[in-house]
Design a protein around this ligand. Structure first.
Ligand code: ADP
Ligand code: NI
Length: 215
């Protein structure tokens, strides 16, 4: 893997993400990059493609910019300037364009193993202890309540029927608890299952405290 290119890309992305909300900040990119590199090894994916796509995957996110097309052009120019081949640029841009959760639910195109690995790493970062932290960070950013029900029974009855709800716990049922069944690769599925079980245990404790348990 060309070390210089990867280090330069890291600095470039890091500088661009200095002031973003904490669920989408440089540390999210850093975690996704590390997880993606780990998955790339177990899945025999091309490390350079995975590294670039992981580092660049959120710059065009509509939560961060309302000028996704202009940012895409900047990414392409950056890669060209650093001597990345046309075919590698195409592969990386294809991954970035089609990967995000909102788009991917409808995306039926071809996913290379590199695409699969980066998407899995991004989804894994929405799970487990970090996933919980990100959800509450986002909920705080949007000024959302934790939960809109008095008891676990009421909340679960409501969420089980797939009802939408603008609370952060609601987001668990709408997205986070569904992600473990959406992993592309076997290596990611194993990690996702551990993180899923952790979130279920955390939810039980959350509801206990929410209902007023004192000992
Ligand atoms: P992606 O990283 O694929 O673009 P999103 O932008 O939808 O995914 O989400 C980024 C992070 O913000 C994730 O950790 C996600 O769980 C969290 N998030 C998104 N929407 C909500 C919401 N309505 N409530 C709480 N957290 C959310
Ligand atoms: Ni992401």
């Amino acid at each position: 893997m060309p070390k210089n290119l990867i280090e330069t890309t890291k600095s470039w992305v890091r500088a661009r993400l200095m002031e973003t909300e904490s669920g989408h900040d440089w540390w999210h990119i850093h975690r996704v990059y590390k997880t993606a590199m780990h998955l790339a090894q177990s899945e025999n994916a091309n490390e350079t493609t995975v590294a670039l796509a992981a580092l660049l995957h959120d710059l065009t996110d509509t939560k961060l910019t309302d000028q996704a097309e202009a940012v895409e052009a900047e990414i392409v120019a950056f890669l060209q300037q650093h001597g990345v081949s046309v075919s590698l640029i195409e592969q990386v841009m294809y991954i970035i364009r089609h990967m995000s959760f909102r788009h991917s639910a409808y995306f039926t195109g071809i996913k290379s193993i590199e695409f699969q690995v980066v998407q899995d790493a991004d989804r894994l970062d929405a799970l487990g202890a970090v996933g919980i932290a990100r959800a509450f960070s986002y909920g705080g950013f949007k000024k959302r309540p934790f939960l809109n029900f008095e008891t676990r029974a009421e909340a679960e009855a409501f969420f089980r029927n797939g009802n939408p709800d603008a609370s952060t716990i609601g987001h668990f049922y709408e997205k986070l608890l569904l992600l473990k069944d959406m992993m592309n690769t076997e290596s990611a599925r194993r990690l996702a299952e551990e993180r899923h079980i952790f979130m279920l245990r955390w939810l039980i404790q959350f509801y206990r405290e929410w209902e007023g348990e004192t000992c």
